[in-house]
Design a protein around this ligand. Structure first.
Ligand SMILES: [Cu+2]
Length: 311
């Protein structure tokens, strides 16, 4: 898929286009100021250089006219920049809608909970959106300050404990866009990533439909894994829809097998990496808030069989 450079210079929504435009205009204005100032300095260096026997140039210290001119020009420039900035702020951060947002994204140390009471699903670290439709997102945090940022799609927005924030997210081209936490929040701040996957309306509906499914009832080894999932207290931290829907200390695992990455982007979701994660989460993501269960081979096999059914 295209459009996934992750660069702020490659905006894919009206919101980030406004920010990028502001940057470019500001850069050109500053470049012009630099050229004028450097030009005058250069001219003065050459024209007024020391010349044995020449008379001193005319002294203009205290000239009222000059003082007014070089006070007025910067004031006008600052006013223009102010106007452009206010405009960009309005474009990049329009009023939130009245009523329910489309999505709620909640920052956790160090992963993202994604839910939609409106559409009736819970997910983690992966957000599907329909191409071209502005999605309204309420932002919250379960612990400390985080900052939600998809450089190509959204402005930055902090998640503040006890105070919901809002951001609009839109992608005008299909693609997979990188999202990050952009406010230091502890050990694994750098691995608090997520992906926004912009797809057609039909594909979006299909994704929502899949996320709404509760987990299938497991059989065989997977059923033994499901039992371990309760006995070993996994269920105290991880929700599995149809089994327990409330815990939010760790990511919802109802559809974990269908996700592209584990540990908020730290490793691709392959059977090998899932085994590593279950053998010792700290080896994969040091500091992650999941304990090492020191599983024996049989427990590991049963849990992996169960997790594989969670599609
Ligand atoms: Cu962070």
């Amino acid at each position: 898929m295209n459009g996934s450079s992750g660069s702020i210079f490659d905006p894919v929504s009206p919101h980030t286009q406004a920010i990028s435009d502001l940057f470019v205009i500001t850069l050109w204005i500053c470049a012009a100021i630099f050229a004028v100032v450097a030009g005058i300095v250069g001219y003065s260096l050459v024209h007024y250089r020391w010349n044995e026997g020449a008379a001193d140039p005319v002294q203009i210290a205290g000239s009222k006219r000059l003082e007014i001119i070089w006070t007025a020009i910067p004031c006008v420039i600052v006013l223009v920049l102010f106007g452009l900035t206010v405009h960009a702020m309005e474009q990049s951060d329009p009023e939130p809608p009245v009523g329910e947002p489309d999505l709620e994204v909640i920052g956790h140390q160090w992963w993202w909970e994604v839910r939609s009471p409106k559409l009736g699903f819970v997910a983690a670290n992966e957000i599907y959106i329909p191409v071209g439709r502005p999605m309204s997102i309420r932002l919250d945090t379960a612990d400390v300050l985080h900052e939600f940022w998809v450089p190509q799609l959204t402005r930055k927005m902090t998640t503040v404990p006890g105070r919901g924030n809002h951001v609009w997210m839109q992608a005008d081209q299909p693609g997979i866009y990188q999202g990050v936490c952009s406010e230091f929040c502890g050990t694994q701040h750098a691995w608090m990533r997520f992906e926004v996957i912009a797809v057609s309306e039909e594909e979006f509906d299909a994704w929502v439909e899949q996320q709404r499914q509760t987990a299938a009832v497991p059989t065989g080894d997977a059923a033994r894994g499901a039992q371990l999932f309760r006995d070993l207290t996994c269920i105290n931290c991880h929700a599995i829809q149809g089994v327990a829907s409330h815990p939010t200390a760790g990511p919802d695992l109802t559809h974990v097998a269908s996700r592209r990455f584990l540990g908020s982007g730290i490793v691709p979701n392959t059977p090998e990496n899932l085994r590593r994660w279950m053998t010792d989460p700290q080896e994969v993501k040091p500091g992650a808030l999941m304990p090492n269960f020191k599983l024996n081979d049989e427990q590991l096999a049963h849990l992996l069989a169960y997790l594989a059914t969670l599609r």
